[in-house]
Ligand binder design. Structure first.
Ligand code: PEP
Ligand code: MG
Length: 582
């Protein structure tokens, strides 16, 4: 009888298996202890770095705020930056660290609190409002001091266990060679999960009470296929999982042989397989695994270690480098899709961020930031292998406005005699139901579209993509999803506009036959899964897949579609990873 008392189940968010010690990461912990420091220089340095980081973040906020709120209201942030430059305050902070030999967050907290107390006692509205600003700055500095600590603590190969992780945390930790992620909250298509998948770091999310059940230093096994965690495994469990890791390695090596083979069905239909790029580090694996270009570059993730918006030059260097490394293949650069769960350091708290200020909405409100990025993309397009893609499109007006801004950027570059690809293709993501409905009109305005199922499903079914409580309602095979996909693909074909799919559904092995059967000819997936996706397509008969799609369109429930798809899969596809998921 297999032991199960030390196993807990969550949602399998990133495949793979890993065995390592747990590192508990408490992000929202606000308790600040009155702790002494031994190394005063180190403490002063930590404060210095946190102050600089806070200033860079605030400058980014200021850039956004000026466009959005006007110069006078944005002055709040200018004032916050000035506080961080105030020599009297700074001297006091450093001097108190020297005199009292206390940790910097304690000094910042107590020093700022002195002022806050006075301000809060004031009867004047102005003073009370300013107190909020001071509180914001205090929290920002403390957050930045603490972040530095977490990172320096994570030096060994640990599994990070946390209540929640942002995509930025996921990236930061990966640079410290983290071996796995376990979180209490989060869904399969949350950006933290996507980043974990693209970095090939096994992850299990939605594991309630993980931070209570797992202790710092516990040995744990993360099984990212089944979505389970084993806490302090016994020797037999370790033996079983060590064997699994060995087997996985063999399968991965075998599949890699497909890297230079095309993704072509048994009856000769060619499918283009592109890579999704979230981080620069992934490009190598995408190329090695035989992608035919990049179908989605999430530019907002590429610059996460820079707190300011990257300038035109920095962006141009990065985009040119990507275009050159992938040449002659094409790359699709998506303009900044900030907002949603990819939070800005704006301190603008929205009740519904996914329905709020996100993607193209932010860019059209901040035309200078948008233009900086567009000029950088255009300048990098000299080899004619770059396409521009706009996210979160909900109306034709947004498409037209975006095109106008792109045209303005072209004129600006022409005036400076800077070369670019004048025929650069412009496409949009179809990821909001309204865009799917007006697909025909959108086709008149764009050169291509790419379906973003991660968002399309959440908006179509009104199910937050990052909320584990309702994760069973986030259904790829919901009839409304399948029929909407069909409508988008058919409209694209009718209007001769190429349609790709770059959401996580393209990497779901079960969904692939159905997607191909619906008529998709381009899939963009994260680099690590490319060999498996190719293998599935090479196993497939297109005519049969088409029939499967025709049958699924008629079905009325998710269950019926899922069963149909599973039945097809088990009958027709050899999937080497299947044993790991069952
Ligand atoms: C999507 O929504 O499917 C998509 C690819 O974009 P993102 O996951 O970055 O929102
Ligand atoms: Mg999206």
């Amino acid at each position: 009888m297999e032991r199960s008392d030390n196993i807990i189940k969550g949602i399998a968010a990133a495949p793979g298996i890993t065995i390592a010690n747990a590192y508990l990461f408490f992000k929202d912990e606000e308790i600040i202890y009155d702790t002494c420091v031994t190394d005063i220089e180190e403490a002063k340095k930590a404060l210095d770095e946190a102050l600089n980081k806070s200033k860079r973040e605030l400058r980014k906020v200021l850039a956004l705020a000026i466009d959005k709120m006007g110069k006078s209201r944005a002055a709040i942030f200018e004032a916050q930056i000035m506080v961080l430059d105030d020599p009297i305050l700074l001297n006091t902070l450093y001097k108190r660290i020297e005199d009292e030999k206390k940790i910097p967050e304690y000094i910042v907290n107590t020093e700022f609190s002195k002022y806050l107390k006075l301000m809060n006692e004031s009867k004047e509205i102005y003073m009370l409002e300013r107190a909020n600003d001071i509180e914001d700055i205090k929290n920002r500095i403390i957050r930045n001091i603490k972040k530095k600590k977490w990172l320096s603590k994570i030096s060994e190969d640990v599994i990070v266990v946390s209540k929640n992780l942002t995509p930025a945390d996921t990236v930061l930790f990966s640079r410290a060679d983290v071996k796995g992620y376990v979180t209490e909250f989060g869904g399969l298509t949350s950006h933290a999960a996507i980043v974990a998948r693209s970095l090939h770091i096994p992850a299990v999310v939605g594991l309630h009470e993980a931070t209570k059940k797992i202790h710092d230093g516990d040995q744990i096994i993360v099984d990212g296929f089944k979505g389970i965690i084993i806490i302090n495994p016994d020797p037999e469990q370790i033996r079983v999982y060590t064997n699994k890791i060995k087997k996985l390695y063999e399968i991965d090596s075998e599949l890699l042989k497909l890297r230079s083979e095309p993704a072509i069905t048994k009856d000769g239909k060619k499918i283009q397989i592109l890579g999704n790029l979230d981080l620069n580090e992934e490009l190598e694996i995408i190329i090695q695994n035989g992608a035919e270009g990049l179908g989605l570059i999430r530019t907002e993730q590429m610059f996460t270690n820079v707190e300011d918006f990257p300038n035109e030059e920095e962006q141009c260097i990065l985009y040119s480098d990507l275009a050159e490394r992938v040449y002659p293949n094409q790359i699709i650069i998506r303009t900044f899709d900030i907002g949603g769960d990819k939070v800005l350091p704006t301190d603008v708290k929205e009740n519904n961020p996914f329905l709020g200020w996100r993607g193209i909405r932010i860019m059209l409100d901040n035309v200078e930031i948008f233009k900086t990025q567009l000029r950088a993309i255009l300048r990098a397009s000299v080899h004619k292998n770059i396409k521009i893609m706009i996210p979160m499109i909900t109306s034709l007006i947004e498409v037209k406005k975006s095109r106008t801004v792109i045209d303005e950027c072209k004129i600006e570059l022409q005036n400076k005699n800077l070369p670019f690809d004048n025929n650069i293709q412009i496409g949009v993501m179809i990821e909001v139901p309204s865009a799917a409905v007006i697909m025909k009109d959108i086709c008149n305005e764009v050169d291509f579209v790419s379906i973003g199922t991660n968002d399309l499903i959440q908006y179509l079914l009104a199910v937050d993509r990052g909320n584990d409580i309702i994760s069973d309602l986030y259904q790829e095979f919901h009839p409304a999803v399948i029929r909407t996909l069909k409508q988008i693909i058919s409209e694209g074909k009718k209007n001769k506009i190429p349609v790709g799919l770059c959401g996580e559904m393209a990497a779901d092995t079960l969904a692939i036959p159905l997607l191909i059967g619906l008529g998709l000819e381009q899939l963009s997936v994260s680099g690590v899964v490319i060999p498996n996706v190719k293998s599935i397509i090479r196993n497939l008969n297109y005519k049969q897949a088409k029939k499967l799609a025709e049958q699924c369109i008629e079905l009325k429930t998710e269950n019926e579609i899922k069963n149909k798809v599973k039945e097809f899969y088990h009958k027709n596809i050899i999937d080497d990873y299947e044993n790991f998921t069952q």
